[in-house]
Design a protein around this ligand. Structure first.
Ligand code: PGA
Length: 255
C-alpha cells in the first residue's frame, strides 16, 4: 500500500523567521497524524534546510531541497551538491521542476545526472515532469511525458530505487489557479504507472509514488488524491501558510 505524500514546495518564499515560525507552529499540530498512512514534506530554500531539520528532528516532518547540482564538487559557483545535502541529512530533493526546466534550460539528460547524484548519496528524489499548454492543445501530452520519463530514467533500473517519487505537474496548472480535473490527471498518472510496469515490472511500478502538482488546494486535494494512481501532491502556493497546508494534510489523512 502506498502512503499519501503531501509535499510543500516553497520555491523562493519565506525568509529565516517565516520558515522557522512555520515549522514551530506546524509541528504540534501533526501529533495525531498516522505516519503509516501519510508522509509530510517541506522543501524550503537551501539556506534553511539545516535549521528546519533540527527543528523537526523528533517529528515525522521531512525536510528537503528544491534542487541539487548535477556535479559532484569543485568549481561550480553557486551550486549545491548532493554530498552537501547528505551532510545535513536532507531527506529528499526535487529535481526537474518546470521552473528549472524553463528558466535554467534544464534538459532531461541533466535531470538524469542530478538523479544519479541523489541515488549516490541516498537522498530521495522527486522527479518532476509535465506538458505545457501548447503541448496539451496539440494533443501530444502522452509523447511529451513518455519522452521525459525515458530521458530522466534512461538506462536506470528503478527496481532498486522504489522510493523514487515522480511528480506529474502540467505546466499550465502551476501557479495559475487552473487545475487538471481528477480525470485528466488520473489519465496521465495511469499512463506513467503503465510505463513503469513495462520498464520495471509491476512490483516496482506499484511501489513508486506518483504525485500531482499544479494549483492543488484544500478544495481539490480530495478529488485528486482519491484517484487510484494519484498518491499525493506537490504543492506550491497553498503550502506557504500553515492553515491551508494543515487543512490539506488533514483532508489527505482522512482519504
Ligand atoms: P502551485 O505549484 O501549487 O503553486 O501551482 C506547484 C509546484 O510548482 O510544485
Amino acid at each position: 500500500m502506498r502512503k499519501i505524500i503531501v509535499a510543500g514546495n516553497w520555491k523562493m518564499n519565506h525568509c529565516y523567521n517565516e520558515a522557522t515560525s512555520f515549522v514551530k507552529e506546524l509541528l504540534p499540530q501533526l501529533a495525531g497524524i498516522n505516519e503509516a498512512k501519510i508522509e509530510i514534506m517541506i522543501a524550503p530554500s537551501f539556506l534553511f534546510i539545516d535549521q528546519l531539520k533540527k527543528l523537526a528532528q523528533d517529528s515525522t516532518l521531512l525536510i528537503g531541497s528544491q534542487d541539487v547540482s548535477s556535479q559532484a564538487q569543485g568549481a561550480f559557483t553557486g551550486e549545491v551538491s548532493a554530498q552537501m545535502l547528505a551532510s545535513i541529512n536532507c531527506d529528499f530533493a526535487i529535481i526537474g521542476h518546470s521552473e528549472r526546466r524553463e528558466y535554467h534550460n534544464e534538459s532531461n539528460e541533466l535531470i538524469k545526472e542530478k538523479l544519479n547524484k541523489l541515488f549516490e548519496h541516498k537522498i530521495r528524489p522527486i522527479v518532476c515532469i509535465g506538458e505545457t499548454d501548447k503541448e496539451r492543445e496539440a494533443g501530444i501530452t502522452e509523447q511529451v511525458i513518455l519522452k521525459q520519463l525515458a530521458g530522466c530514467f534512461a538506462n536506470m533500473d528503478l527496481s532498486g530505487h522504489q522510493d523514487v517519487i515522480i511528480a506529474y505537474e502540467p505546466v499550465w496548472a502551476i501557479g495559475t489557479g487552473k487545475t487538471a480535473t481528477p480525470e485528466m490527471a488520473e489519465e496521465v498518472h495511469a499512463m506513467i504507472r503503465s510505463w513503469l510496469t513495462s520498464e520495471y515490472g509491476s512490483e516496482t511500478a506499484e511501489a513508486i509514488h506518483i504525485l500531482y502538482g499544479g494549483s492543488m488546494k484544500a478544495n481539490n486535494i480530495e478529488s485528486l488524491v482519491s484517484q487510484p494512481n494519484i498518491d499525493g501532491g506537490l504543492i506550491g502556493g497553498a503550502s506557504l501558510k500553515v492553515d491551508s497546508y494543515l487543512e490539506m494534510i488533514k483532508i489527505a489523512h482522512k482519504i
